[in-house]
Ligand binder design. Structure first.
Ligand code: ATP
Length: 694
């Protein structure tokens, strides 16, 4: 019996002896699993850049949570500046090691279409180009299309943008010639880096507010919202698909393309940065790198900027440029011309081009129908005219010019008064031009209104009149009447920009009487929205002008003239903008500036015209900012000459960025000015004998 009683107890004991180790083992393995997961999670957090491109430590931009960015910017409390698509705030990311950043928060009212597109574009290019020391690197982004929240995170450039640093005189360091020159060279190298990518990246909006300065005043190019890839003219012959399609397919086979990113400061997630060529569809796992090959920073002379070979060919090319023979830069210009022409047609066969094409058309359609997605009804023309009105009004002495005191006069009287006063002012203007001592010309010219000079400078109006006259006289319209307007004609006719001319005259036919003013403000000004406007100072720019929608792709005064007329975009457009920027850097003033000066200074208002005038009179040094310290005069003159080459009206005659960097860094022969800048060319500024004998 006792043995019977013991049995259940023994069995129970037996069970316990089996269960205990089992439970312990399970618990231990669970613990191990948890520890392992924690370890993995920690590893991911500390090394977020473990991706398919192992070994590359340049994995940003990472996806970051909105909450993290809100915290990092202290609820978006310290704005650094305002752009066309939102405000940029300073902040500090907790990892790694309290990184100072600039967070661009896209304005929800603009993120409907344009803003989102700009966000994608900027993110794409910032990812591709982040390796360059001359490009502002994007370190992260946050995107929540449902809530229309788009944020971009960049390295903080502590010295802000060049516009504020130089033109608002916020950085006295830039009064030193060395600093200014090195900024110019940095920008040139940056643009060269973009153009050296495969396919070349066209920034499309080179201007001072898009140049940012780090703590050591190294200049970096930012704001890639309008950047685009140059389409390859050869694509059309590649069995209808082209390189990009192939690259895209290639990428689909490449492993990953994803970037491991930190979310909400504690989670990790693998996402792809997306290839934003297909609007709205970011579903394809592609890395931007698969579309764009960036030059190798260590081996490429382009990116270092130091290795531009001073080959005899290059020197010859530049000499050719200088003498302005029609064969200037034959190889490269023929290439670029070809590229430009084919580009125009070549927007068909690949996704990249289709994407841009779509954008353009949508934009045109939107503006055409008056349904501006941004809700900005003013055209650039309105904006510029508004500015001109404001600025010129400032110059008018009170009670003069228009209507006398309180505007009490009748209409007729007002008119008479206006005429009288304006003549008086114009006379003062002519007479105060000390550097010109053409007294006899002055007498003859004294009745000419000031605005006529502007007309001449952008000579179309005059050309039209001339043609009409010639028609009446039965002369060949191509004959030169010796009135000095050949410079304009030669630039276009000699180098075959006939289409451009046609387009120009066509577009001008519809413009009003004040449009001569806008001729100087190159680019397509007719369907854009206002952007970056500094109303406080009454300047045309905050960012140097009016920017920046995909329909326009550029900023007034900085955008190349061919942009608006043909729509063709090539590296030459950036070269032009760089030329204007270089002049701005050397002269320390805006490209268009009337404020604060008497009317006698009116003729200097347009920097480009003024520079051309100085060149023709052999007085380039007048362009140099008077407040520069420790000036290297030769270097300054070199910069001006390079800038003048860059702003040549014919795209084909402009130097390439490689040549620009070569010339600026002294590795190529310094340029001589083209013939139209030579003193022997009859000066058309601002005096010109009238054809009519008096
Ligand atoms: N990484 C940065 N570090 C410091 N400041 C920055 C940085 N990025 C932008 N900013 C500041 O924010 C301003 C606005 O920049 P954003 O790129 O949005 O517009 P923008 O270039 O001025 O104008 P637009 O949109 O007309 O081109 C800049 O002018 C600059 O002063």
């Amino acid at each position: 019996m006792p043995s019977r009683q013991l049995l259940p107890h023994r069995r129970h004991h037996h069970h316990r002896s089996i269960l205990l180790p089992l439970i312990t083992a399970t618990a231990a393995s669970l613990l191990l699993l948890v520890l392992f997961l924690l370890f993995l999670r920690r590893r991911k957090r500390t090394s977020p850049s473990t991706t398919s491109n192992a070994g590359d430590d340049s994995k940003p931009p990472h996806r970051l949570s909105y909450t993290l960015l809100r915290r990092a910017t202290n609820s978006f409390s310290s704005p650094l500046g305002h752009g066309g698509f939102g405000t940029v705030f300073s902040g500090t990311l907790p990892t790694p090691a309290r990184t100072p950043v600039a967070v661009k928060l896209m304005d929800p009212t603009t993120t409907s279409q344009q803003g989102e597109r700009e966000f994608h574009n900027e993110l794409f290019f910032a990812s591709v180009l982040r390796q360059s020391p001359h490009v502002v690197a994007a370190v992260g982004f946050s995107s929540d299309p449902k809530r229309r929240r788009f944020l971009l995170v960049y390295d903080l450039m502590v010295n802000g943008n060049l516009q504020d640093a130089l033109l608002h005189r916020k950085c006295p360091e830039l009064m030193q010639w060395n600093k200014r020159f090195s900024v110019a060279l940095d920008i040139a190298k940056g643009v060269l880096f973009l153009h050296s990518c495969d396919p070349p990246v066209i920034h499309s909006d080179i201007k001072p507010s898009n140049i940012l300065l780090d703590a050591e005043f190294n200049a970096r190019i930012g704001d890639f919202g309008l950047a685009r890839l140059k389409s390859d003219p050869n694509l059309d012959v590649l069995d209808g698909r082209g390189d990009f399609e192939k690259k895209k397919e290639g990428f689909l086979e490449c492993d990953g393309g994803g970037v491991v990113v930190a979310v909400d400061d504690c989670e990790t997630e693998s996402v792809n940065t997306g290839c934003y060529f297909e609007e709205g569809s970011l579903g394809v796992d592609q890395s931007p790198e698969c579309f764009v090959k960036v030059p190798n920073l260590e081996t490429s002379p382009e990116t270092s900027g130091a290795g531009v070979s001073a080959s005899p060919e290059m020197a010859v090319t530049l000499a050719g440029a200088a003498s302005l023979s029609p064969g200037f830069d034959k190889a490269s210009s023929a290439q670029s011309e070809k590229g430009v022409k084919k580009n125009g047609k070549g927007m068909r066969s690949n996704s990249v081009r289709d994407w841009w094409w779509k954008q353009d058309n949508e934009e045109v359609a939107a503006s055409g129908s008056g349904s501006n997605p941004v809700g900005e009804s003013k055209t650039v023309k309105d904006y510029v005219m508004e500015w001109i009105g404001r600025d010129v009004d400032k110059e008018r002495p009170k009670g003069e010019w228009v209507g006398g005191e309180g505007g009490q006069l009748g209409k007729q009287e007002k008119k008479k008064m206006k005429k009288k006063k304006s003549r008086k002012h114009q006379l003062e203007w002519w007479e105060s031009m000390e550097e010109e001592k053409f007294d006899d010309v002055l007498k003859k010219e004294k009745r000419r209104p000031a605005r006529e000079w502007w007309k001449e400078e952008y000579g179309e109006e005059l050309e039209k009149k001339k043609k009409k006259k010639k028609k009446r006289k039965g002369l060949n319209s191509d004959d030169d009447d010796g009135n000095g307007s050949e410079w304009w004609v030669s630039d276009d006719v000699l180098y075959g920009d006939r289409n451009l001319k046609k387009a120009k005259s066509k577009s001008r036919n519809n413009r009003g009487g004040t449009d001569w003013w806008l001729e100087g403000l190159s680019g397509d000004l007719w369907r854009t929205r206002r952007n970056s406007f500094d109303s406080a100072s009454g300047e045309i720019p905050k960012s140097g002008g009016v920017s920046s929608t995909p329909s326009m792709r550029g900023t007034v005064c900085y955008v190349a003239p061919e942009y608006g007329y043909s729509g063709d975009v090539s590296e030459n457009c950036d070269v032009y903008s760089f030329g204007v920027l270089l002049l701005v850097i050397i002269s320390g003033r805006r490209p268009l500036q009337v404020n604060g000066s008497p009317l006698s200074e009116f003729h200097r208002a347009n920097l480009l015209s003024w520079a051309r005038h100085c060149a023709r009179n052999g007085k380039l040094v007048e362009l140099v900012d008077q407040s520069i310290q420790s000036l290297d005069k030769d270097q300054a003159l070199l910069c001006i000459k390079v800038a003048l080459l860059c702003v040549l009206k014919s795209p084909a005659r402009r130097p390439s960025m490689k040549e620009v960097v070569g010339m600026l860094s002294g590795e190529l022969e310094p340029p001589q000015l083209p013939i139209e800048y030579s003193p022997s060319t009859p000066s058309r500024f601002p005096f010109k004998t009238r054809k009519k004998g008096r």
